[in-house]
Design a protein around this ligand. Structure first.
Ligand code: ASP
Ligand code: MG
Length: 590
């Protein structure tokens, strides 16, 4: 018999009427011949209310007692939901996290799942019950109640779907699917029929609040198809699976991160370990750093720029001030009136010209690009706060995100032959939220070209990458550092064989645009560490920097995404770097 997991978020169970409506959905699925597990969040803003109540009592409530308190929200919901199902004439049993056997570690308020037993749920399902599971909670070794972090019911739902080998995991929420961008920011945003796990992970990290990132990591790891849909309508919603909506589209979604701040450290000695010092100090504050760009320094001095969330700026600046002193850099500056515009798409990994289309569209609107970073499936640019809305609109329109793509990817039906072997899945659940690195690879096929002192005005990036594309050169990584004195540095990587042609183009452009020197490395080594949990385990980049610094290897370029961190080092050091990284991540390789 097919099994489905249905998760209802707080807004979907906010009052008794909504609870009854949710119960009817579950009953409908049951009558259609499915076994049904419901995962329920606390009613409405109940969790927030409990958090403020605790704050009224104590400034610093013990984390264990917070979990004891917060878990009650879900306990209320599951009991009422079971009553609702029974009142509709069906059998139902509610279970707390502990009763299901969701074992977690003991890090209260942000616990990670270690294992789940499916046996009791399966027995209840086989006896004809709808099982109603409390989201967001588990128990540790000593039977203390734990919670998985705010929004954690999504993670419970996907984890239960994984362990039960469910045919579908439906997430009922107050939006009717995943949009190409936030419809509250851009009315022309379109609901997509399908989005790939990796795209969703990128979009979630860019602030698309639809689902808890950890739940998507889970789904990807265990191949759980997720169906996001509205509790309040029968609109088909969005599938989150391994394939994107269209294989022909380069871009599937766009996002603006409004609350970014840029920090630049000036005059860092360009030797192994400098970046490590900076980033490990910041990581020790649990701050996630994005858009890391290090220019190739003149006179052995480099500038390192990166972005952090604005709320993390004060702590970051303290950390930076300390490190600047320690590593003897010249100084630092920052700007908190910037925003990051990103486009995401699995399709861009094998299409050319995606970046320059974006740069051209922004240039034509006279929008200046302050920084650029790219990864396999994401391009991010930094713009001023004043221009962010316009920039998002333009990018959304140039990639035609407002229109339906040709339907060239069939909606995957749930794998029919997936015999749920609960024991096997449970075995794989051991430490399933740990960081897993799938692959550490070395690519020695590329060269680097840099143009220094590029005028920091609209249209330059577009012009440069149009000309490079015109010459038939396929660009991989692009970084544009934050400019100083009205000038920025631009570096990009290309296939080795195209170096001469590309240097020729770059030299001509440098002359035409009044830039500084053109430099190149005919042989670089690009190292990629990819896996699952790269974002929620904030120390991946730091660990890479540390390992490379310890091996005396200087990092020339960096880019990071949800699923991969890439670094470029000198070509002669590729093998040594690969060894250093394999050692550093030995405990997490699967
Ligand atoms: N009730 C919890 C929260 O509000 C968990 C959830 O809703 O996913 O964070
Ligand atoms: Mg919620």
């Amino acid at each position: 018999m097919p099994l489905i997991v249905q998760k209802f978020g707080g807004t979907s169970v906010a009052d008794s009427e909504k609870i009854l409506a949710a119960a009817r959905k579950a009953v409908r699925a049951h009558l259609a011949g499915n076994q049904v597990v419901m995962v329920v969040s606390a009613m409405g803003k109940n969790t927030d209310m409990l958090v403020s109540l605790a704050a009224e009592i104590s400034e610093n409530p013990p984390a264990r007692e917070m979990d004891m308190l917060l878990s009650t929200g879900e306990q209320v919901s599951v009991a009422l939901m079971a009553m609702a199902i029974v009142s509709l004439g069906h059998k139902a049993v509610s279970l707390t996290g502990g009763q299901i056997g969701i074992k977690t570690d003991s890090s209260h308020t942000k616990a990670r799942i270690q294992s789940i037993s499916s046996e009791r749920m399966q027995r209840l399902l086989d006896a004809g019950n709808i099982v109603i599971a409390a989201g967001f909670q588990g128990i540790d070794e000593d039977l203390n109640i734990t919670t998985l972090g705010r929004g954690g019911s999504d993670t419970t739902a996907v984890a239960l779907a994984a362990v039960l080998g469910a045919d579908a995991c439906e997430i009922y929420t107050d939006v009717d699917g995943v949009y190409t961008t936030d419809p509250r920011v851009l009315p022309e945003a379109r609901r997509t029929s399908q989005v790939a796990y990796d795209e969703m992970l990128e979009l979630a990290s860019l602030g698309s609040g639809v689902m808890h990132s950890r739940s998507i990591e889970f789904a990807k790891k265990f191949g759980v198809p997720i169906h996001v849909r509205s509790s309040f309508s029968d609109i088909p919603g969005t599938m989150i699976v391994d394939q994107p909506e269209s294989l022909n589209r380069a871009v599937s979604g766009a996002a603006v991160t409004k609350n970014e701040a840029r920090v630049t450290i000036i005059g860092v000695s360009d030797r192994p370990g400098s970046s490590m010092e900076v980033f490990s100090r910041i990581a020790s504050e649990n701050i996630t750093v994005d858009m890391i760009v290090q220019n190739i320094g003149d006179e052995g001095l480099a500038d390192i720029s990166f972005t952090v969330l604005k709320e993390d700026l004060p702590t970051t600046l303290d950390a930076v001030a300390e490190t600047v002193e320690k590593i003897g850099a010249k100084g630092f500056n920052f700007d908190d009136r910037v925003a990051k515009i990103s486009v995401v798409g699995l399709g861009m990994a094998h299409q050319t010209g995606v970046a320059h289309r974006m740069f051209r569209a922004l240039a034509d609107a006279r929008i200046n690009i302050l920084m650029i970073t790219t990864s396999e499936i994401k391009i991010s640019v930094l713009v001023t706060h004043a221009q962010m809305q316009e920039a998002l609109r333009i990018v959304h329109s140039v990639f035609e995100l407002d229109s339906d793509p040709a339907n060239d990817v069939p909606t995957p039906s749930p794998p029919a032959d997936r015999t749920p072997d609960a024991l096997d899945v449970v075995a794989r659940l051991q430490g399933m939220e740990d960081l897993t690195i799938d692959d550490i690879s070395l690519d020695e096929s590329q060269a680097r070209v840099s143009i220094n002192d590029v005028p920091d005005t609209p249209g330059v990036a577009a012009h440069v990458f149009e000309e490079v594309a015109e010459a038939g050169v396929m660009v991989d990584m692009i970084v544009q550092s934050f400019g100083h004195d009205g000038m920025a540095d631009m570096s990009f990587t290309i296939p080795k064989g195209d170096l001469d042609r590309c240097v020729e183009v770059a030299t001509r452009l440098a002359e035409e645009l009044n830039c500084g020197r053109v430099t190149n490395s005919p042989q670089i080594a690009k190292l990629s560490v990819s896996g699952i949990g790269m974002r929620s385990h904030t120390d991946v980049a730091t660990r890479m920097f540390e390992a490379l610094a310890a091996a005396g290897i200087n990092v020339e370029m960096v880019n990071t995404s949800e699923v991969r961190v890439n670094v470029v080092v000198d070509g002669a050091q590729g093998e040594a770097a690969l060894r250093a990284l394999n050692d550093a991540f030995a405990d997490t390789l699967r």
